[in-house]
Design a protein around this ligand. Structure first.
Ligand code: 5AD
Ligand code: SF4
Length: 470
């Protein structure tokens, strides 16, 4: 059962925010270091953590050195993300020895796994506070309890990981990382149980926010200067089943809001990417021309083992319909190399799929076994070295395809959202096209956060170069 957190409970948390702010006001302003690992959903959670902390009187620093509060907002999707968190936590031991008052918290997907909380309990005694993905909105109370214990010796370690299928908490304060880009979660959790994926175990069942709540957040983001709305969910295509609406309907409603802004969404599942949705996107001028459609593998045998519920032919049918209805569309995808039981022949099916589709770019991963998932129980005879070779081959093929794909932009004039200063040359700016391609162009910093028309002059295999036109 999904629980919508009551208004009374949220009011209680606001009271705790005030109480912590009062405690903090008695001393020099405290500093927090919040480090978020992983996906956009986590980044969005990080913005809520910072939103609550800012109201509690915390300033922020980019390093844990000298911080009063450190929070690691963790990711569990692959093993290397978890290793990084443990490495960072280990390094904090010395910091805490220097400053025993430092409060250390760990949250996010990792801590939803019992073997992880056990390890934190046993091997990381300097961690004070561990809270699960469904406890995020209770952070004010958790911090209050830590700060309010006057005798430090008595400070209790708290592990708060509520069970259940997941909650929706409306009205958590936010502190956006970027004023003109607003991440807006539209749903949480996942019901798909792809056999390699830990997400359904750590984020609970699919649950959608109500349309009016999303529209209000979108409106206030646009009024606050947001020029890009990123609608977030593990599988946005299945948005709205519970309130009885659909992702297409939501897109149409957001598209109808006044103002110049762009609508992006992340992530999609090919099994739910309907023709009706593609028609909707084609007709909504504010919706990005970028389709991130994770295919994972080009082999039907592996797709079945992955529990993905589509074949490569189904995937081609979606791609062909997108190309027909949205001719300027760009496609990108996620690919996993070395799934248990994958052979070189299966891998070649992935190569032939990417040759056929011609993605602008790919997010590529070597399979990482996740405890508790079905795939982690499957025989996996291929060596890491062999998988590494396949991975390198995939990158090489995509390098060539990506450069060709980017060449089609040369000569076009595209509406670019200017995102920041140049990455190497201070006279340059960098922005994103409606297809989500990075473009570098000369321009004044006052254009950051605005839309400009840029004529594309040159394509590299990972970025475009252009100049502003009127
Ligand atoms: N190993 C490797 N990659 C994974 N992904 C998810 N789980 C795993 C795993 N166990 C990838 C998928 C997904 C992306 C977000 O991460 O490609 O689309
Ligand atoms: Fe994981 Fe599949 Fe859900 Fe994506 S759709 S979060 S890959 S289970």
């Amino acid at each position: 059962m999904t629980t919508r957190i009551s208004q009374e409970e949220m009011a209680l948390q606001r009271d705790f925010i005030k109480k912590v702010a009062e405690i903090n006001a008695q001393n020099a302003p405290p500093v927090a270091h919040v480090h978020t690992f992983g996906c956009q959903q986590n980044v969005s959670d990080g913005e809520k953590i910072k939103g609550m902390l800012a109201l509690m009187g915390y300033g922020f620093s980019d390093t844990p050195d000298g911080a009063d509060l450190v929070i690691f907002n963790t990711c569990a999707v692959r093993e290397n993300a978890e290793d990084r968190v443990f490495g960072n936590l280990g390094a904090l031991k010395h910091e805490k020895a220097k400053n025993p008052e430092m409060l250390i918290g760990v949250c996010g997907c990792m801590v939803e796994q019992q073997h992880i909380t056990k390890k934190l309990k046993q091997s990381f005694p300097h961690v004070d506070l561990v809270f699960g993905t469904n406890a995020l909105h209770t952070l004010p109370k958790l911090i209050y309890e830590q700060l309010n214990i006057e005798n430090r010796e008595k400070r209790r370690r708290t592990f708060f990981i509520p069970e259940g299928d997941g909650v929706i908490a409306e009205g958590v304060p936010l502190r956006r990382e970027n004023p003109f880009k607003a991440s807006i979660p539209i749903m949480y959790g996942c019901n798909n149980f792809c056999s390699y994926c830990i997400v359904p175990f750590v984020r609970g069942r699919e649950r959608s926010r109500e349309v009016p709540d999303i529209l209000a957040e979108a409106r206030s983001a646009i009024d606050g200067g947001a020029r890009e709305l990123l609608l977030l969910g593990q599988n946005v295509n299945s948005y709205g089943k519970e309130p009885g609406t659909s992702f297409s309907e939501l897109l149409r409603e957001i598209n109808a809001l006044d103002g110049e802004f762009r609508i992006c969404y992340m992530s999609s599942h090919p099994k739910d990417f309907s023709r009706e949705l593609i028609d909707t996107i084609a007709s909504c001028e504010k919706v990005t021309r970028h389709f991130h459609l994770p295919v994972q593998s080009g082999s039907d045998r592996i797709l079945e083992l992955m529990n993905r519920h589509y074949t490569r032919e189904d995937y081609f049918a979606i791609v062909d319909y997108i190309r027909e209805r949205v001719p300027d569309a760009a496609l990108t995808s996620d690919i996993i190399v070395g799934f248990p039981g994958e052979t070189y022949d299966d891998f070649k099916d992935t190569l032939s799929l990417i040759e056929r589709v011609k993605f602008d770019s790919l997010y590529t991963f070597i399979y990482s076994p996740r405890k508790g998932t079905k795939a982690a129980e499957m025989p996996d005879p291929i060596s890491a070295e062999e998988k590494g070779k396949w991975f390198a081959e995939l990158l090489e093929v995509q390098g060539r395809l990506g450069e060709n794909a980017y060449n089609r932009y040369v000569g076009q004039t595209l509406r670019v959202l200017c995102e920041g200063g140049g990455r190497t040359d201070p006279a340059f700016l960098t922005g994103k096209t409606p297809q989500d391609a990075i473009v570098d162009f000369a321009g004044d910093k006052s254009l950051i956060g605005k839309f400009v028309n840029v004529k594309i002059e040159k394509a590299l295999n990972w970025a475009l170069i252009g100049s502003i036109v009127n």
